[in-house]
Write a protein that binds this ligand. Sequence first.
Ligand SMILES: N[C@@H](CCC(=O)N[C@@H](CS)C(=O)NCC(=O)O)C(=O)O
Length: 199
Amino acid sequence: MKLFGHPDSGHAFKVKFFLQWANVEHDYETIDIFSPRTSRPAEFLAASKFCEVPALIDNDKQLVQSNAILVYLAEKVEHFDSEDTRQRNLEWLIWEANKIGMCLPQLRADKRFEDSRLEAGAHAWLLSRYTHDIGIIESELSDGRDFILGSKPSIADFSLFGYLVHANEANVTLPKHVKYWVSNMEELDGWQHPYEMLK
Ligand SMILES: N[C@@H](CCC(=O)N[C@@H](CS)C(=O)NCC(=O)O)C(=O)O
């Protein structure tokens, strides 16, 4: 198995962290996502339908889209203990892609990359979306549970953590229960900061 990623990609981070946590043997290669798309390595271009990271090769299979890759890996390592658990995970994965994944990466890019600066109105709109979305996660965790679906980590946690790990770079605050959840994620086997993990 081989994963392509980049240290700045929260999408790649969620997959790499799951692979490390689940102890799945894999190779890893950094792709320069700031380079022209056509100049990227041929093996990556062949594997990545949308020319984005993450992309995963597993024997003859080529997999893209971080949350779809997480589902693939979860099934491969028999991570779901029931059909119901699988369904609850899918709900969070789709929510993440549409909600927190559609405001936090952009808020972070605004602070981190010169060419991703947002106009004030766009920034305010994304921040209001973030405030709403983080409120949903906080409310879900408010019973003091360790992970989003209970006492055990699941791919939903890895997905949500993809960009929440970079909340400080986006200059946004994390509420109390989310902070506790972050500390639990950082105690999992295989944890490394994304800049270290994906270099
Ligand atoms: N929806 C995709 C997003 C992937 C994505 O946006 N990848 C970015 C890095 S975070 C990328 O490869 N950008 C370089 C490019 O598009 O050329 C996923 O969940 O995997």
